[in-house]
Write a protein that binds this ligand. Structure first.
Ligand code: 5RP
Length: 233
């Protein structure tokens, strides 16, 4: 099965949640990109929506697709956010941030009346953590912050993680997020207690945000070879 096909099935099914007049959070990543492209086709057919992008890359893709954009500062509500995920665990707890957009993704998902996560079947897991957890940090004192982040995994019962500073593959320099921050990728295999880990990470000075999205998504649309399954909680 092509994962492109599965992602397309999920993205297409998510369009059923979009209604005329909505303000939409537009996610980032390859699955969200497909949603943006399909949404653009609906807009060309007359659908009236406004999009709030979760990254500069998505802003560019949405503009290219002809979707009118709204600055988050001018939004009095966000009706729906559709975004991808790196892992979808029990109760739709997510790991996000593989693309480095987790801060804006979380601000927008948290401000939305509904978050729908779209993914192919490979993203469903029984425990979170096989995908290294992205943690967005301020560059100031980053090596101290990295040691404190490392300690959080021990305190919360997970295995000692491998913590690495994400690199920009082209330049070999640290990857810089849209907000001007660094990313630590924390690989520990299994995150023993996601809620406790999330709370402890937030308490580390220098941590701007982390990629654990707990209690945010209420709908998960999982694409497969022949269609998409819609899960709600
Ligand atoms: C970006 C994200 C993406 O949603 C996540 O990485 C999934 O991407 P893809 O759909 O390409 O697998 O969190 O920060």
């Amino acid at each position: 099965m092509s994962s492109e096909t599965a992602k397309t099935h999920a993205a297409r099914a998510a369009l059923n949640y979009v209604k005329d007049g909505m303000v939409l959070g537009l996610g980032s990543g390859s699955t969200a990109d497909i949603f943006t492209e399909l949404l653009g086709l609906r807009v060309a057919d007359g659908l009236k929506v406004q999009g709030i992008p979760t990254s500069q890359r998505t802003a560019d893709a949405a503009a290219e697709a002809g979707i009118p954009l709204l600055s988050i500062e001018h939004a009095d509500r966000i009706d729906l956010t559709v975004d991808g995920a790196d892992e979808i665990g029990p109760d739709f707890a997510l790991i996000k941030g593989g693309g480095g957009c987790l801060l804006r993704e979380k601000i927008i998902a948290n401000a939305s009346d509904l978050m729908v996560v779209i993914a192919d079947e490979s993203k469903i897991v029984s425990t979170l953590g096989a995908f290294a957890l992205p943690v967005e940090i301020d560059p100031f004192g980053f090596s101290i912050t990295a040691r404190k982040v490392f300690d959080v995994f021990g305190i919360t019962g997970s295995a000692r993680p491998a913590v690495s500073l994400r690199e920009d593959k082209r330049s070999g320099k640290p990857f810089i997020t849209d907000g001007g921050h660094y990313i630590l990728d924390c690989a520990c295999g299994v995150i023993a207690d996601p809620a406790k880990t999330a709370a402890q990470l937030c308490a580390v000075p220098g941590v701007v945000e982390h990629g654990l999205f707990i209690d945010l998504a209420r709908v998960a649309i999982i694409g497969g070879e022949h269609g998409a399954e819609i899960l709600e909680r």
